[in-house]
Structures are given as structure tokens and as C-alpha cells.
Design a protein around this ligand. Structure first.
Ligand SMILES: Nc1ncnc2c1ncn2[C@@H]1O[C@H](COP(=O)(O)OP(=O)(O)O)[C@@H](O)[C@H]1O
Ligand SMILES: [Mg+2]
Length: 216
């Protein structure tokens, strides 16, 4: 199993955000769906240790995530956050930054191409790009690490319908071209159906079992 959460609980500011969540996330493409505030981003961040559970265990390929070297884990399980957060430099330097930290070069052109950005973007200032372009730079930055798992937090939430469709096409092409597993957080059930092999539904910090009623 790619990830297994076992009785995971998480609180933020004294409130329960994830409550005794047990779920397996298999290889392939999974959509993590649920309304705003359900705990989706919190769950995603547990998978590469941007956050840790208060109780329970998160396993990656059978091992407790806390037993991995954290930087090695984040290289292998790369997260694209909901909002772009780019360094005040060029696209090329942003995309090459992660691999450079790990002491090796990056194929920036290949990462840009996979993320659906023309290589002409490489010398441009990242912070002068549109939000949609910045999100693709964030995607390229994650891809440059050569991840085995790509975590995408609401990859189209900030986009208009046309840009959303274009990003969905990029994600479907990544599915076809990369061997990496994708875990895509979205509040949009229709998008989940378009992009993923399977859905995990989160509501009020709990995973809804198949067949369970829509609202508790
Ligand atoms: N650092 C934090 N401090 C306080 N509350 C938080 C924090 N992170 C998340 N929360 C709260 O936890 C709940 C779940 O948040 P989140 O995981 O971001 O949900 P989702 O991604 O499904 O919208 C929300 O009610 C949110 O306000
Ligand atoms: Mg979120």
C-alpha cells in the first residue's frame, strides 16, 4: 500500500480537524474530496510530514513516515500547495532550487514541459507571472524532484473555467506519462471523477465509508 493512515487524529487551535481517520491510499490516482474545512489539506500535509498527527500512524510503503529522513521523504513525496509560493527570482532558478538543495542538477526544460509551460518562461521573473502560470511553476518545481508521489492541493481552485480545463489536461497527461502516483485534493466531485481512479471522501474530519449517507 502506498499510504496507510491508522487511527489518525489531528487538532488545530484546540479543535479536532481529523478524528480517528483510517484509510488506505493506493498507487495510481486518488482524489481526496470534501467540502471546505473538511480537513483535506491537513491530511495531505501529513503524507510528507509538513505536519504530524497527534495520534495514530501514517505509513508510506509500510513504514511509519516518522522513520524516514524527512528531506528524502519530501523529495519522494512532493507537495504542490494550494497557493503559489515562489522565490523572488527566475522560473528556472525556482524549478532548479529543490534539486540544487539535494546537490544535483535538474532538467528544468523537461519539468517545465511536463507542467505545460513553454521553455521561454525559464528566464522570466516568477513573481511577475499570472497565478495560473505560477501554479504551473510550482508544479514544475515539484516534478523537477523526480517524485514517486505528487500531492496536489486544490490545483485549480484559483482558476477560471478555461484555465481549469487546461490544468486538468496537464494532470491527465502527467498520469499517462509519469509512473508517479497522484493524490489530488479537490472540493469538486465532478473534477474528482474526471481526474482520478478512486475517491476518498472526507467530511468533518472523518472518512466517509462507501455507501454511507451523504450527511451525518
Ligand atoms: N494552523 C491552523 N490553525 C487553526 N485552525 C486550523 C489550522 N489548520 C487548519 N485549521 C482548521 O482545520 C479545519 C480543516 O482545515 P483544512 O485541512 O485546511 O481543510 P480543507 O483543506 O478541507 O478546506 C478548518 O476548520 C481550519 O480552519
Ligand atoms: Mg484545503
Amino acid at each position: 500500500m502506498l499510504f496507510a493512515l491508522e487511527h489518525v487524529s489531528c487538532a488545530r487551535a484546540g479543535r479536532s480537524v481529523l478524528a480517528d481517520v483510517s484509510v488506505d491510499l493506493a498507487d495510481g490516482t486518488t482524489a481526496l474530496v470534501g467540502p471546505s474545512g473538511a480537513g483535506k489539506s491537513t491530511l495531505l500535509r501529513l503524507l510528507n510530514r509538513l505536519a504530524d498527527a497527534d495520534a495514530g500512524v501514517v505509513r508510506y510503503r509500510g513504514r511509519d513516515v516518522r522513520d524516514y529522513d524527512v528531506l528524502a521523504l519530501r523529495r519522494e513525496v512532493a507537495l504542490v500547495p494550494q497557493l503559489p509560493a515562489l522565490l523572488p527570482t527566475t522560473v528556472e532558478e525556482n524549478v532548479g532550487y529543490g534539486p540544487a538543495l539535494c546537490g544535483h542538477g535538474a532538467d528544468v526544460a523537461a519539468a517545465l514541459e511536463l507542467a505545460g509551460l513553454d521553455r521561454a518562461f525559464a528566464p522570466r521573473r516568477a513573481q511577475q507571472l499570472s497565478v495560473g502560470e505560477q501554479q504551473r511553476v510550482m508544479l514544475a518545481r515539484a516534478l523537477a524532484l523526480g517524485p514517486r508521489v505528487l500531492l496536489l492541493d486544490e490545483p485549480t481552485a484559483a482558476l477560471d473555467a478555461q484555465a481549469r480545463d487546461a490544468v486538468e489536461r496537464t494532470l491527465l497527461s502527467l498520469r499517462a506519462r509519469l509512473s508517479a502516483a497522484l493524490i489530488i485534493v479537490t472540493h469538486d466531485m465532478a473534477q474528482a471523477g474526471r481526474l482520478a481512479d478512486r475517491l476518498v471522501i472526507l467530511e468533518h474530519g472523518r472518512v466517509r465509508e462507501p455507501g454511507e449517507a451523504l450527511t451525518a
